[in-house]
Write a protein that binds this ligand. Structure first.
Ligand code: BTN
Length: 331
């Protein structure tokens, strides 16, 4: 059963800024008009604004800038309605929280989002700066029961799906930097962190973590990120509706997960990778197990390995590593 506030918001959103009568809401919900009014006041306190006119009802004029669970639920795509999600004010890491909940037996799939993380994790043991309530910190939990080898393209597949979503959402084409960075230009706007637990040759618990810099952090970037990070809002030149984005992202990730599980994602993976790949044709240095390899990137193979042409000899495949762009030689 959706929450009363979710139903009210769905009605208001369906009118796209038009009027919804309090009497009709009361009838639909089986509550009094006074009870409807009380809910509206609660929504107002949570950051919504409405116009209320006696003969016409209510009209939505503003929404909260941070995650609001009933709004998020109201915005979920139709096929995803009723999807199990949780929004936390603060957590150590949404990935760790999902891992704990999977271990405790929560039925999957589900999502945990947070307004702030105290120990946000990036790839390769790095810290993910997670102090902005207008950014997105989200993790989804799955139990795919597939062989571990099948997972090789999972993060990459999710990354290009995220790029496609962001392209629709912002009208600006993002890029993916192998294996998991989402860029606008050469600046990072987001990243993915996949973690898994394997039991008897099967992936038992799978956690997909997504961090996205959505709107500019109210307290600015820490110095080390100031020249490297960007936000979706900066990329498209206007504020981004965080709840709408989060709802669309959950919808897209669930669809992408289904095609991945059913193993019918390969063709689309190749197309999307070619569309968003920022490395193809560029000379990069790949750091892998303490060794440096410099060469020109020739895309990825269908197992997600990076293809590098080091000048002589055949193309080399790399399954892991950290890529840095080679600076053009000084003039
Ligand atoms: C990276 O680019 O290094 C990956 C960053 C992934 C960050 C997200 S934020 C939500 C989820 N929880 C975490 O602790 N990390 C991921």
């Amino acid at each position: 059963m959706p929450k009363t506030e979710t139903v009210i918001l769905r009605e208001l959103l369906a009118r796209e800024g038009g009027w919804v009568s309090g009497a009709a809401l009361a009838r639909q919900l089986g509550i009094s008009r006074v009870a409807v009014w009380q809910r509206m006041e609660r929504l107002r306190a949570a950051g919504f604004s409405f116009e209320a006119v006696r003969a016409r009802g209510y009209r939505l004029t503003g929404r909260p800038a941070t995650l609001h669970p009933p709004l998020l639920e109201a915005l979920l795509p139709m096929r995803t309605r009723g999807f199990s999600l949780q929004v936390m004010d603060e957590v150590d890491s949404t990935n760790d929280e999902v891992a704990r909940q999977l271990a405790a037996g929560r039925p999957a799939p589900f999502a945990v989002l947070a307004r702030r993380q105290t120990r946000g994790k990036g790839r390769l043991g790095r810290v993910w700066h997670s102090d902005s309530p207008v950014s997105l910190y989200a993790s989804l939990g799955f139990r795919p029961e597939v062989e571990p080898e099948r997972m090789r393209t999972f993060t990459l597949w999710m990354g290009v799906n995220l790029c496609a979503l962001l392209a629709n959402f912002t009208g600006v084409e993002p890029g993916i930097k192998w294996p998991n960075d989402i860029l606008f230009g050469d600046r990072k706007a987001g990243g993915l962190l996949t973690e898994a637990r394997i039991d008897a040759d099967r992936i038992r618990d799978l956690i997909l973590g997504i961090g996205l810099n959505v709107n500019p952090p109210p307290r600015g970037w820490p110095a080390e990120l100031a020249n490297r990070a960007t936000t979706l809002a900066d990329a498209c030149g206007q504020p981004v509706d965080l709840n709408r984005l989060a709802a669309a992202l959950i919808g897209r990730v669930l669809l992408a997960y289904e095609s991945f599980r059913e193993d019918r994602h390969q063709d689309q993976f190749a197309d999307l990778w070619a569309r968003f790949d920022t490395l193809r044709g560029r000379t990069v240095t790949l750091l892998e197990g303490g060794r440096r390899h410099t060469g020109e990137v020739r895309g990825v193979d269908d197992e997600g390995a990076l293809l590098l042409h080091e000048g002589r000899g055949p193309l080399r495949r790399f399954r892991a590593g950290e890529v840095t762009f080679e600076k053009p030689p000084a003039a």
